[in-house]
Design a protein around this ligand. Structure first.
Ligand SMILES: N[C@@H](CCC(=O)N[C@@H](CS)C(=O)NCC(=O)O)C(=O)O
Length: 217
């Protein structure tokens, strides 16, 4: 069995890896970081050259990028949450795995605009509007896909985790109640023990202090 260490910040993309580890019931060590300067320490930059989370140490080697971590863990542990080459759902599994980042980048830009930049004069209303609209369109695609199914594939899989985290972030900027199938899917995901555990308050500062960040004008 591999020795796994996950570097994580509360509510950051590393939630995907943490949630997956809990779903897979794999033993690991969790190293929590504060979101901010701590990630730029020399020690952490040696693990992730951009000082981002997650970084996962696996038997002394470091792997970063949530998509790669998801694919690696599912393969290495032969998990039913993955879809191996040759599986009829392999193509769709890969598509949603990467779509998770298409959704997340809009959430990340909006996080930067609303939260990381704290002086109003430095924010761009235009960028916030544009990104909120692009995020909404990306959610529309998910809602349409989820019309007649409970999960992105036939059963719950690792891609529900990857995309689910992106929608968790999106909820801070877009009212997802307008998307019925997407909202029901999110409720199913948020009720899972592993999701609840991965997002449990843990003494570290939350990135999202408010439930919703709207555009002011
Ligand atoms: N595509 C990467 C994105 C990683 C990423 O940007 N993580 C953010 C948290 S959501 C981060 O660590 N930001 C810290 C920073 O930029 O200082 C992945 O999926 O792992």
């Amino acid at each position: 069995m591999s020795e796994i260490v996950l570097h994580h910040c509360h509510q950051a993309r590393s939630v995907r890896s943490l949630w997956l580890l809990y779903e897979m019931d794999i033993p690991f060590t969790l190293v929590m970081h504060d979101f901010g300067k701590e990630l730029r320490s020399e020690a952490y930059l040696a693990k992730h050259p951009l000082g981002r989370v997650p970084a996962m140490e696996i038997d002394g080697k470091v792997l970063f990028e949530t998509g790669a971590i998801t694919e690696y863990l599912c393969e290495a542990y032969d998990s039913p949450l993955g879809r191996k080459p040759g599986d009829p759902e392999r193509m769709e599994w890969l598509q949603w795995l990467h779509y998770a980042e298409t959704v997340a980048v809009h959430g990340a830009t909006l996080t930067q605009q609303h939260i990381v930049i704290y002086d109003d004069k430095d924010r761009s209303q235009l960028l916030m509007k544009l990104e909120a609209r692009r995020l909404e369109k990306a959610l529309e695609v998910l809602d349409a896909h989820l019309q007649d199914r409970d999960f992105l594939l036939a059963d719950f899989s690792a891609v529900d985790i990857s995309v689910g985290y992106s929608v968790y972030i999106a909820q801070h900027f877009i009212k997802i109640g307008q998307f019925e199938a997407l909202s029901e899917w999110m409720k199913r995901l948020q009720a899972r023990d592993a999701f609840i555990k991965a997002l449990m308050p843990n003494g570290k500062t939350a990135i999202y202090q408010s439930k919703f960040y709207g555009i002011t004008d």
